[in-house]
Structure formats: structure tokens, C-alpha cells
Design a protein around this ligand. Sequence first.
Ligand code: NDP
Length: 434
Amino acid sequence: LLRNAGETEFHQAVHEVLDSLAPVVAKHPAYTDAAVIRRLCEPERQIIFRVAWVDDSGQVQINRGFRVEFNSALGPYKGGLRFHPTVNVGIVKFLGFEQTFKNSLTGMPIGGGKGGSDFDPKGRSDAEVMRFCQAFMTELYRHIGEHTDVPAGDIGVGGREIGYLFGQYKRITNRFESGVLTGKGLAWGGSQVRTEATGYGVVFFVDELLRTRGEGFDGKKVIVSGSGNVALYAIEKVQQLGGTVIACSDSSGYIVDEAGIDLELLKEVKEQRRGRISCYADERGGSARFVEDGSVWNVPCDIALPCATQNELNGRDAAVLVRNGCTVVAEGANMPCTPEAVRVFGEAKVGFAPGKAANAGGVATSALEMQQNASRDSWSFEYTEQRLAEIMRGVHDRTLATADEYGAPGNYAVGANIAGFIQVADAMLALGVI
Ligand code: NDP
């Protein structure tokens, strides 16, 4: 605790994993002998840097940049960049720690890392975002590379930002090194389905979970938090599979649309105009209403998909969801449910899919993008989506089988932690004490 003082979210993420690992450690003393867990909790490298840039009014702005290269036992560090005012070293470390297990769980050759900045893109012009990205990459470029560390997007970092970051990397290094970033545009090295991958992947995972109960999405009412990249494409896939999404949100409140969300309108508001969720209700009229500052978890549903941010769903929210008949919760975001919420779901026998497993589709498709870049190939949408669906099925089945093997049948959280851990731990043993 003292080594990482004040890093609340990092402590939370570490506790959540370590709580699951007792049976594994008991079975394999080699992990303890080689201090694998203690080494896993210490990032291999942490980089913190100044990002100075000039805003549209000519003022110099100073932000802080981070890249935490957490674990490279399985492959180059891989994980997104987050631009949000709440970013600090504890947040980046929690995300990097989670990412290490998630990436392992995909079965793909990628280590774990994460980064970002406390820069707030909201209300900034395109030119300001570009200048910020260029300043950020002017330091980051020396730490990354296709065989070293491969960043992608996260909150506040989408296709536009990846473009500016890649452009600056290319300018500084004089190399068109496609494999250095993922989430690129289709015309310059991106992969089909990367934009959709995390949201689609969450829904594929839930579909597998429902299948174990002999059910499907047909006729199910679904609520989603957030209305960013993960949320939008989770909504899209739920609709394609026959479910009805009746609510989603942003940081100003939520909308309910009993007729089912009009995804075209929602995408136009959020992706084209970068507008607020309230605009959706204003323009949709009739069936939709906006609830300012309200909690989307108050809307009765069968399935809830938290897709916004960490600790957005607490014990009280969980109790409301259970009381309203929700039977499945899958984390599209990273650690959106507090430990108390997870406990409430466990007691109520709600099917709970942790982010490490449920939202692994984004990074898995990033690994597919790296594969295409390495072979200078580009795959069709259909083929890439099919690969994503297979990967999510694999993550689901591995998680469930591991939970079973270690005496926690049906507990996806325990299964994901143990399955993710074993693969990294074995690689760390093989590579020696480094
Ligand atoms: P976006 O920036 O595209 O969207 C984030 C959404 O969450 C927005 O609607 C935003 O609302 C809302 N939000 C963010 N912070 C808060 C907050 N503090 N309180 C309330 N609402 C908030 O991000 P993504 O969709 O990419 O990421 C969402 C989550 O999914 C994150 O936890 C991320 O780590 C995780 N994730 C993302 C992956 C990806 O491929 N993009 C992969 C795996 C996980 P507002 O606009 O009002 O801020």
C-alpha cells in the first residue's frame, strides 16, 4: 500500500485479482518461489512526461502524459491511451494491470500497458486536439514501436486522435510503421471491425453466456451506460441479435427511449456532431426523454451493459438492478462495477461478466490489426468479424472452464482472473527473474 500510496483504483484492481488467486498459488508453489505475483504487481516501466502545447488563443497549456509499460512476458506492451481530466498514475496503473490479464486471456501474443493524459478534449477545436496529440507524441514516440509497445484508443481517443498521433510518429521517425499504433483509419493500415470490436465483443460474450441458459437476446430489454465507442457498437450488435436497447447515457444524464434507441440518430449526434446525449431526446421527440444527472441503472431491464468508466455502478445501483429483474451484467468498460456491486450480483445469482473477459474484443481485434500490418494484408469485414466472434467464444469458454476447474463454477470473474494469470505467470517463470 505504501509503495503505491493514494492509487485507489490500482489497489482495487489488484485486490480483485489477488482475491481469486489463492487456489492457484496453493497448487503451484513455483509461482510463490519466483515471486511472480509481487513482480506482476510492479510495472516494468512507468513514464511520466510534460506535454506543452499552444491553444487557439495563443496560451501555453501544460498537461501530464503517462505510459505505463506493465508486463511484456507475452509480447509487446499493448493497451490504449486515455485523454480525460481524471487521468493520473493510479488510473493508468489500474488499467495497465487489468490489461495484462485481459490480453493474456485472448490467447494472443501481447503484453499489457496503458497510457494517456489529463488533457480534456471536450470543447477543444480540431486544431487544438491536433496540436495536443502532436505534443504528446513528441515525447511518446521514443518509448513505443511495433516490437516494443503498441498503443491504441480508449476514452477520449478515437480515430481522429490516432490519426494525429500516427502522423506525428511518422513525421518524427520518417518511417511508415503501421504496427506502432492500432485503431488506424482503413485507408492507412487500419482493420475492419476495430471501431466496432469492443462493443460487438461484449455482446458476443453475453450471447455465449445466455446460450449456457438456453436463451438469446430475442425479446430482451437492455440498458447501456455511456454513448461513446464501446456503447454505440454494443447497442448496434444487441439490435442485430434481436434485443431492444431502451436507455444509454453520458456524463450529463441518460435517455430512455421505450420504442428502442434509433441508432442512426444516436450515431449522428455522438459521432458526427460530438454532441450531448440530451440532443438525442430533443430530436427524437415522442418516445424518448432525457433525465438530467440521473442514474441509468434505475431503468428496469433484463441485461445491463456498463460501457462508460470505472466505478460507475455501485452497490446501491446493483441492488436496484436486481430488484428490477436484471439477470445479466457485462462490463464493456474497465472495472465499472464496484466490489460491493459485484458482491450484490453474486448473491442474487446475476450472470456477471467482468471487463477483463467481456471487453477483450477490442484489444483482440487490435492484435488482428497488427497481424494484417505485419503481412501487409487487409481482411474483409465479414472475415474479421468472424475471427472476433471466435475469439470471444474462446475467451468465454476458457473463463468458464477455468472457474469450474478451480472450484467456482459459473463465476466468470474468478475464471478470468485465474486463466489470465496462469498464462502470464508461466511465461514469467520461463523467462527467468527479470
Ligand atoms: P469514449 O470516450 O468513446 O466514450 C466514453 C463514454 O463514457 C462517453 O459517453 C462519456 O460521456 C462516458 N464517460 C466517460 N467518463 C465518464 C464519467 N467519469 N462519468 C460518466 N460518464 C463518463 O470511450 P470508450 O467507449 O472507448 O471507452 C469506454 C470504456 O470502455 C472505458 O472504461 C474504456 O477503458 C473501456 N474500453 C474501451 C475499449 C476501446 O476499444 N475503446 C476497449 C476496452 C475497454 P461524456 O462524453 O459525457 O464524457
